[in-house]
Design a protein around this ligand. Structure first.
Ligand code: NPG
Length: 366
């Protein structure tokens, strides 16, 4: 297909509860959306970067700049497919979240044109996926337990708790007591160092599914040390920027379960590649989340419907983050979300909300 224009839409989408990052609290999700216009129709993709470079080095304004200056111009007026996009833009080092947003928009346009759903394109086998929910660091234990109880009542099939030094054993113990044998896992988002291995070993008492990314993303070696010292499976997230890095980390014994996030890996094509490799190795995978709107959530739910996604993902319902979603909302039914089966992502963007939440004027690269 021939790309005629790439539009960038930036919105501030109100959150139902503040999202804490190391840079401060967000009251709205700062979302960058990519809309590609082609000769076979249009498509949407969502950039998962946060407003600030607190999860990885990428952030919304940086993604906006790299798309406007490099990635957009590289495809304008050219014959491009989702499959050829990575090759056309490999001269840009990194910037995987920005690349993933465009690749997803191209995939949306091309699968809509060919009458395929994302689920079909990815090779999904399930009609619905099991959902987990991620719970942030709370101001105190009572607030944490009240929030967890809410999610248990909503039917979530797995709870993930964020932990950091000073907020780990006590909240995990309290939540384990509250939820009985409901699956529970923890996510450290790189908050520890290898000096904490003995402390982290105490988490073995709580029957956790896994501990996610305790150390900084470049430090595979310390994850190997922890993995051999602890019974709880270690699962990498931030470190996994492509399939080769994942296979190396698996081979070295740094991770026995993998969190797959398409945005972190440059797109859904690479995410499916990693899934296929892990399935072959019998390494369980699950689908991570980045507070996506319905656009990104639709693609994640389709991905999570592949065979190897044997653990519940951070594919929560729209209401976990938003009172109103940018598409038709994803609503939990018995702890599961139904996989969209319409063409492309299977969801439609609500242009009324897009206009209402717009934070900066639309930028068009053509
Ligand atoms: O449910 O969409 C979701 C979000 C799940 O906690 C979640 N994501 O590290 O996986 C993570 C985490 C995160 C997202 C952290 C964005 C920081 C920024």
């Amino acid at each position: 297909m021939r790309v005629e224009a790439v539009e960038l839409h930036r919105i501030a989408m109100p959150l139902v509860r503040p999202f804490e990052t190391s840079f401060g609290r967000q009251l709205a999700r700062d979302v960058l959306l990519v809309h590609v216009l082609t000769d076979v129709g249009d498509g949407w993709g969502e950039c998962v970067a946060m407003a600030d470079p607190v999860y990885s080095s990428e952030f919304v304004a940086g993604c906006d700049a790299v798309i406007t200056t490099y990635l957009g111009p590289a495809i304008i007026g050219r014959e491009v497919t989702a499959e050829s996009f990575a090759g056309l833009t490999q001269f840009v080092i990194g910037h995987r979240m920005a690349k993933a947003a465009i690749e997803t928009a191209l995939l949306d346009a091309q699968t809509r044109a060919s009458g395929q759903s994302f689920a079909q394109y990815f090779g999904a086998t399930r009609e619905a996926v099991d959902c987990g929910v991620s719970v942030g660091i709370a101001p105190d234990l009572d607030t944490l337990l009240a929030e967890v109880q809410l999610y248990v009542d909503e039917g979530y099939r797995r709870i993930k708790l964020k932990i950091k030094p000073g907020w780990d054993l006590e909240p995990v113990r309290a939540v384990r007591d509250l939820i009985g044998d409901l699956p529970l896992q923890v996510d450290a988002n790189t908050a520890y160092t290898v000096a904490d291995v003995d402390h982290l070993r105490e988490l073995d008492a709580f029957g956790l599914l896994l501990i996610e990314q305790p150390f900084i993303e470049e430090d595979i070696a310390s994850h190997v040390v922890l993995s051999s010292a602890i019974e709880t499976p270690v699962c990498l997230d931030e470190s996994i920027v492509n399939t080769d890095v994942a296979l190396d980390a698996i081979e070295r014994g740094a991770t026995t379960i993998v969190n797959i996030k398409a945005g972190r890996m440059g797109g859904y094509l690479e995410a499916v590649r990693l899934h296929d490799a892990c399935l072959e190795l019998e390494i369980p995978v699950w689908c991570g989340g980045m507070l996506e709107t319905g656009i990104g959530r639709a693609a994640n739910v389709a991905l999570a419907a592949l065979d190897g996604f044997t653990l519940p993902g951070d594919t929560s319902g729209s209401s976990r983050y938003f009172a109103e979603d940018l598409t038709e909302p994803f609503v939990l039914d018995d702890g599961r979300l139904v996989v969209p089966r319409g063409v492309g992502s299977g969801v439609e963007v609500r242009t009324d909300l897009l206009t209402q939440w717009r934070s900066t004027p639309v930028v068009t690269v053509r």
